[in-house]
Each structure stands twice: as structure tokens, then as C-alpha cells.
Design a binder for this molecule. Structure first.
Ligand code: ZN
Length: 135
């Protein structure tokens, strides 16, 4: 197998992977930016359990970057699970899209190699016009 066959094979694998990711993007469900964090607090009241190493909580907050600043939004306990699903989904979407862009850059370079490998130089006398058609 020559090098260009390996390049073709690799390109084909990347195209399949990208297609899978793109299909997932097409089916994007509701999502939410940020990350869910849990916090524990001490109320400071004398005699409270929080003063003896048992802090209150967890309390859930959505942490987001808004205009360069970190913002916290309180999330009621009964919504924490749902918000977690939404923020996880958002993280997945970002990851998928980053990978799609990465694959795009790699494919561009592989396509360059593939196309270049079949380019006929008209100034060369030893061109075989019937050469590597391959298709
Ligand atoms: Zn307390």
C-alpha cells in the first residue's frame, strides 16, 4: 500500500467521524452554558452543627462567564439534576464542535496531499498520460 492510500484511508476515517459528530449537532437538544457547582456554608450561629464540621448544603449554583465575569445563579435543589443534564449537554456540544473544526483542518491538509499526488506537471516529459487513474 503506498503512502497516498494511507492518506486516503485516514481521510475516510475522519470523514466518517465528522459525519457522526455533525449528525449529533443536527439533533441538538436544549442545553445550558456554564457549570453546576455545589457549595456548603456555615451560618455562624452558636451551637449549630455547621460549626462542628457539618456545614449546610449542598447548595447548587450555575457558574457562568458573562462579559468576562463569573456569575453565579442559585439553582433550587429539585432542579439541580435537570440543570446538570443541560450543562453536560452544552459541554458535549462544544467538544463536538471543536473536534469537527479540528477534523476539518486535518482533512484540508490530507486533501492537499491527495490532490497534489495526482497533479500532472505539463513540463515533465516522463508524464504517463494513462498513469495512476485509480478510479
Ligand atoms: Zn449552621
Amino acid at each position: 500500500m503506498d503512502d497516498i492510500s494511507k492518506v486516503r484511508q485516514y481521510a475516510s476515517v475522519l470523514m466518517k467521524e465528522r459525519r457522526k459528530l455533525e449528525d449529533r449537532i443536527l439533533r441538538t437538544k436544549p442545553h445550558m452554558e456554564g457549570s453546576l457547582i455545589e457549595r456548603y456554608t456555615r451560618c455562624g450561629k452558636p451551637g449549630c452543627r455547621c460549626g462542628k464540621g457539618q456545614p449546610h448544603g449542598p447548595f447548587w449554583y450555575l457558574s457562568r462567564c458573562v462579559e468576562g465575569k463569573t456569575r453565579y445563579t442559585y439553582i433550587p435543589k429539585d432542579m439541580a439534576k435537570e440543570v446538570k443534564v443541560l450543562v453536560d449537554r452544552n459541554a458535549r456540544i462544544r467538544k463536538d464542535r471543536a473536534r469537527i473544526r479540528e477534523i476539518g483542518r486535518k482533512l484540508d491538509s490530507l486533501f492537499d496531499q491527495i490532490v497534489q499526488s495526482q497533479l500532472i506537471d505539463p513540463t515533465k516529459k516522463d508524464n504517463d498520460p494513462g498513469g495512476d487513474k485509480g478510479d
